[in-house]
Design a protein around this ligand. Structure first.
Ligand code: ADP
Ligand code: MG
Length: 147
């Protein structure tokens, strides 16, 4: 469990995780509107040495960025549990990192190895809970504790 007190702490935590990411890593970001999913992704992008500005993919579903690795940033809120409307295989476990806002709404059997990060609004700021499925995801969750 992690706590961040403001936007810049949340970005710093994202950057820390971003520096650990490798090709094929998949992250799901869950949490209410305004919980900080896109803000956290800005941090991930920083850790991936992406210079472009990260914009919310709410209306485009997916945005792609190039840094140390490609980043596929998705927001699947609008497609909900209709995974046929997007071919996730184009992104998952390829040569980039895939970050999916609202990914918990998708059929979880699509994911073999994934870290799910739940962001919660608390009086002190944002609380983050990490859950790992798969060996690589477990490794990442372990590594961020010591990063
Ligand atoms: P989401 O993508 O989950 O809808 P955003 O990252 O777009 O959320 O928005 C988070 C909003 O909450 C931003 O406007 C940010 O300024 C605000 N905010 C307030 N406190 C915090 C905090 N402690 N950490 C992150 N964002 C915060
Ligand atoms: Mg968002």
């Amino acid at each position: 469990m992690f706590y961040t007190h403001n936007e810049s702490e949340l970005i710093a935590l994202g950057a820390k995780l971003g520096r650990l990411l490798k090709a094929g890593d998949v992250l799901i970001l869950s949490g209410d509107l305004g919980a900080g999913k896109t803000t956290f992704t800005k941090g991930l992008a920083k850790g991936l040495a992406i210079e472009q500005m990260i914009k919310s993919p709410t209306y485009t579903i997916v945005r792609e960025y190039q840094g140390r690795l490609p980043l596929f940033h998705l927001d699947v809120y609008r497609i909900g549990n209709d995974p046929d409307s997007i071919d996730l295989d184009d992104f998952l476990y390829g040569d980039g990192v895939t970050v999916i806002e609202w990914g918990e709404l998708l059929d979880q059997s699509l994911f073999s190895d994934v870290v799910t990060i739940e962001l919660r609004i608390v009086p002190e700021g944002r609380q983050l809970t990490l859950r790992a499925q798969g060996a690589r995801a477990q490794q990442l969750c372990e590594d961020i504790k010591h990063a």
